[in-house]
Design a protein around this ligand. Structure first.
Ligand code: FE2
Length: 339
């Protein structure tokens, strides 16, 4: 199950709890921002108490850490606010400490938080994907031109990580004072944001102040939108971000999804028809990335499909399939380390 829609949430309204999962040293506290209760994947605000120390170690799932305040020391290097870490699953990080304490955002993307003491990488760890960057001092603000169609002028981004296969991304973004956008948007990806500083106002969800957070699944209407003094935020998506703009505040997520599919059918008719035909059970395969596991995701989608479902071969001849129809393919294996 994917994470539920959480919006608005303000982490300043709740207290830190002690992290008590096995492997984590004492002195780490957390506020849960969003959680996938099946996989344990989650986003948290975390606090490392002054004097916190943890040995060299790795996580079983990829992890992201953004330092909001204070500083942490990995090995002999000190990283203050604005530093961002993307640590692939199984990559061993040096001993970490925080002599004066720190707060940050911590994300575990495919499984529950885990820490295994180890000074060597797991044999399958993708160390070349490790990212450590000073987002405040080491990167320039750029126009958010990777988002299509574009958001209103005044939104700038610093791209921290973009997954080359899924186009999931993590970024720092800002909005200038008096930023506004008068239309409504939704996406076919999940969208997540934390306000490091500033307040914005969303027509459907009200004000989101400093410390505000949302996890917004696909197809949820959001906007119109405005910010009087501007915003500095940390944002993520789980795949490519496309803005489906419109001006209908009453459309439902189901209608939004159907509208998005209709756009694909108009704009990419050949691809759409292949996916839908000859019997709707085509599965993608990329010869360039043969190990990417689509079958497992397709099998999960099939398992969640209704007992009977209307089905059209792309030629307008719709009919009804049963779940047990021949040709439904199962999958096997776990998903690769991709968000
Ligand atoms: Fe959005």
């Amino acid at each position: 199950m994917a994470r539920p829609h959480i919006e608005p949430f303000v982490d300043r309204d709740v207290d830190f709890k002690k992290m008590t999962l096995p492997g984590f040293p004492k002195g780490m506290k957390y506020k849960m921002l969003s959680l996938d209760t099946d996989s344990g994947a989650c986003s948290m605000t975390v606090r490392f108490d002054a004097g916190y120390r943890q040995p060299p170690g790795m996580s079983y799932t990829e992890m992201e850490l953004f330092i909001l305040s204070g500083s942490v020391q990995y090995g002999d290097k000190v990283y203050g606010k604005g530093h961002y870490f993307f640590v692939p699953a199984g990559v061993s990080m040096p001993a970490m400490s925080s002599p004066r304490g720190a707060e940050g955002l911590l994300f575990y993307n495919y499984g529950e938080p885990s820490f295994l003491e180890s000074d060597v990488d797991h044999p399958r760890a993708l160390r070349d994907q490790l990212i450590v960057v000073d987002a405040y001092e080491g990167l320039q603000w750029k126009v958010a031109n990777f988002i299509t169609p574009s958001v209103a002028p005044g939104c700038m981004v610093k791209m921290l990580r973009a997954d080359p296969l899924t186009h999931a991304h993590s970024l720092l973004y800002c909005m200038t004072p008096n930023y506004w956008q008068d239309n409504i948007s939704y996406h076919d990806c999940a969208e997540e944001s934390y306000h490091i500083w500033g307040t914005s106002s969303m027509m459907q969800f009200g004000d989101l102040p400093t410390g505000g957070y949302f996890w917004r699944p696909a197809w949820i209407n959001h906007g119109a939108f405005a910010s009087q003094l501007g915003v500095l935020g940390f944002g993520r998506t789980d795949s490519s971000l496309h803005n489906y703009f419109h001006f209908n505040p009453w459309s439902t997520p189901e209608e939004n999804r159907e509208r998005a599919a209709a756009q694909i059918r108009r704009n990419k008719p050949n691809l759409y028809k292949w996916i839908r035909s000859p019997d709707g059970h085509n599965h993608p395969h990329d010869f360039e990335y043969p190990s990417y596991d689509y079958a497992n995701e397709d099998a999960q989608a099939d398992a969640n499909a209704p007992e009977l479902y209307v089905h059209d071969h792309g030629n307008g001849e719709a009919h009804v399939h049963e779940r047990s129809s021949p040709g439904r393919k199962g999958g096997k294996g776990g998903r690769k380390s991709r968000r």
